[in-house]
Design a protein around this ligand. Structure first.
Ligand SMILES: Nc1nc2c(ncn2[C@@H]2O[C@H](COP(=O)(O)OP(=O)(O)OP(=O)(O)O)[C@@H](O)[C@H]2O)c(=O)[nH]1
Ligand SMILES: [Mg+2]
Length: 213
């Protein structure tokens, strides 16, 4: 649910990075933070344990002028991937507008990936929504490692819709595939917003781009 502030002419969208523990969600936010000009972003907040694992969430606000007359903010959050933190994941997911699901491409993580995807579906259902109503993309991360599953197998596990959702191979530690996933989900979120508010056209807004420049 986008938050629209008419007085300030501002719309805020919430994008959540979801996925199994150690998949690379925090790394995505670190790379985005590192690549974007300081005037287009706020501070990256990382709440982690001593082992660098997300304890509550990571948060990165981005600014972008997209919808005419309004300034838009994208608020990026990650969830903690570890199984025990499900109550926290539920909190972070509240009022989500778009999701980047970061899967770990290593063979031994396939079960973690599917359990995390299932957990995301369950948590959304509890909030009376569903993954069918929320724009999302998949990111198959850690493609630099030797023991990875082929993309078509990961599609078979995670991308099961008749019309597949966008998915990206990524190496988050090298910032590869990071902006591709973010920009696609941002466009999908805006398109959904335009559709819902009948702003006149249902096309993906082409001018949306959260760029590194
Ligand atoms: N080789 C490789 N390592 C990666 C990649 N992306 C992230 N990592 C490493 O994987 C580890 C976990 O990354 P995080 O970004 O902390 O993972 P997370 O999904 O936030 O994990 P939780 O907070 O526990 O849910 C770190 O050591 C990262 O440097 C990648 O593309 N390739
Ligand atoms: Mg993390």
């Amino acid at each position: 649910m986008a938050f629209v502030n008419m007085a300030r002419k501002e719309i805020a969208f919430k994008i959540v990075y979801y996925g199994p523990a150690l998949g690379g969600k925090t790394t995505n936010l670190e790379q985005i933070h590192g690549a974007i000009q300081p005037e287009s972003r706020g501070e990256l907040t990382i709440l982690s344990t001593r082992q660098d694992r997300t304890l509550f969430f990571d948060f990165l606000p981005l600014r972008s002028d997209i919808i005419r007359g309004f300034s838009s903010k994208f608020q990026l959050y990650t969830v903690p991937g570890q199984t025990i933190y499900n109550e926290t994941r539920k909190l972070v997911l509240r009022h989500v507008d778009g999701i980047v699901f970061v899967a770990d491409s290593q063979w031994e993580k396939m079960e973690d990936n599917t359990l995390s995807f299932q957990n995301m579906q369950d948590n959304l259902r509890e909030q009376n929504t569903s993954i069918d109503q929320i724009p999302y993309a998949l990111q198959y991360n850690k493609r630099d490692l030797p023991n990875i599953a082929p993309v078509h197998y990961m599609d078979f596990l995670l991308n099961r819709r008749r019309v597949r959702v966008p998915r990206f191979e990524s190496i988050a530690i090298e910032c590869r595939g990071v902006f591709e996933a973010l920009n696609t989900v941002s466009r999908m979120v805006l398109a959904a917003f335009i559709r819902e508010h009948r702003l006149g056209h249902g096309e993906l807004p082409e001018d949306v781009c959260i760029s590194k420049e």
